[in-house]
Design a protein around this ligand. Structure first.
Ligand code: GUN
Length: 278
């Protein structure tokens, strides 16, 4: 039976270290959070990010714009936040409405305020291994893996999903720690067979109950980045938790696994932004 990785407990440690550093050094740290339209999931994420800021002593400024906001208007806001010395971090919550080109917005955010690490300059720095910011979700997953005491060095690590936000940077962070990394995706042949070789399996596909027990090696560390609703409307990850739990050595729950870590790493990046700016 797997040990459950407590993402809330690990995230609290990260947030406490940010909070203490801010308090001890009496730092003014601020984050601008931009949300466009009324996507209910985005609203929940943004509220949780604001709550975490409050906990850590980071000042958050919310910019809630209507769905009808044009790309130019959003670019102007980003530009104003780039030029505002009182703002250390800028987060534009994704997804944006369809009429706005997300890449154009991300590329306008100043790389030194890009606390999501989505800007091409920051992505490139991560590839090279010389970075200020790590993308929040993959960095949070690495913290969770570290919390198990399992070293990924030399191990078979499989990432399911190849998004720019999670899958691709996740593979890179595992590689930085000398793992042997495979990325699987919707076109992968023998996906179940590839996954079943993994000592560490990270799923970021966004499909409820996608990872079945036969895809999991006995004793594997299983990290579930998914946040889905099952047929009954219940919040669940990508992994068939009840069955996979019996095979894994460690497993993250949903909720209470990766989700809180993403927010904690955002707090860490916002403090880092303050440090590299001053
Ligand atoms: N939407 C889902 N996850 C994220 C994230 O980590 N950052 C931003 N900006 N939007 C998201």
């Amino acid at each position: 039976m797997a040990k459950i990785i407590d993402g809330r407990a690990v995230s609290l440690k990260v947030k406490d270290s940010v909070k203490n550093e801010i308090a001890e050094n009496k730092l003014d740290v601020s984050l601008a959070v931009v949300i466009v339209g009324d996507n209910s999931a985005s609203r929940i994420y943004v509220n949780n990010k604001k709550k975490a800021c409050e906990y850590c002593g980071i000042i958050s400024h919310e910019y809630a714009l209507p769905e009808s906001t044009s790309e130019d208007e959003l670019l102007q806001l980003v530009e104003a936040l780039n030029n505002d010395d009182k703002i250390n971090g800028i987060l534009v919550q994704l997804p944006l409405p369809k009429h706005i080109n997300e890449n154009r917005i991300i590329e306008r955010i100043s790389p030194i305020k890009d606390v999501d690490a989505f800007h091409a300059e920051n992505v490139g720095k991560i590839m090279i291994g010389n970075y200020s910011f790590l993308p929040c979700t993959p960095a949070g997953v690495m913290e969770l893996i570290h919390s198990t005491g399992v070293l990924v060095k030399g191990k078979e690590c499989v990432v399911i999903g190849r998004s720019n936000i999670v899958g691709k940077p996740m593979a890179m962070l595992l590689l930085h720690e000398d793992a042997t990394v495979t990325i699987c995706h919707s076109k992968t042949e023998n996906l179940a067979e590839v996954c079943s070789r993994a000592d560490v399996l990270v799923s970021a596909v966004g499909i409820a109950e996608f990872v079945k027990p036969e895809m999991v090696k006995q004793g594997a560390v299983v990290i579930d980045v998914g946040m889905n609703r099952n047929a009954d409307g219940k919040l669940c990850g990508d992994v068939c938790f009840d069955e996979v739990e019996k095979k894994a050595s460690f497993i993250t729950p949903v909720p209470g696994g990766v989700g809180p870590m993403t927010i904690a790493m955002l707090m860490k990046n916002t403090l880092m932004a303050r440090k590299i700016q001053k």
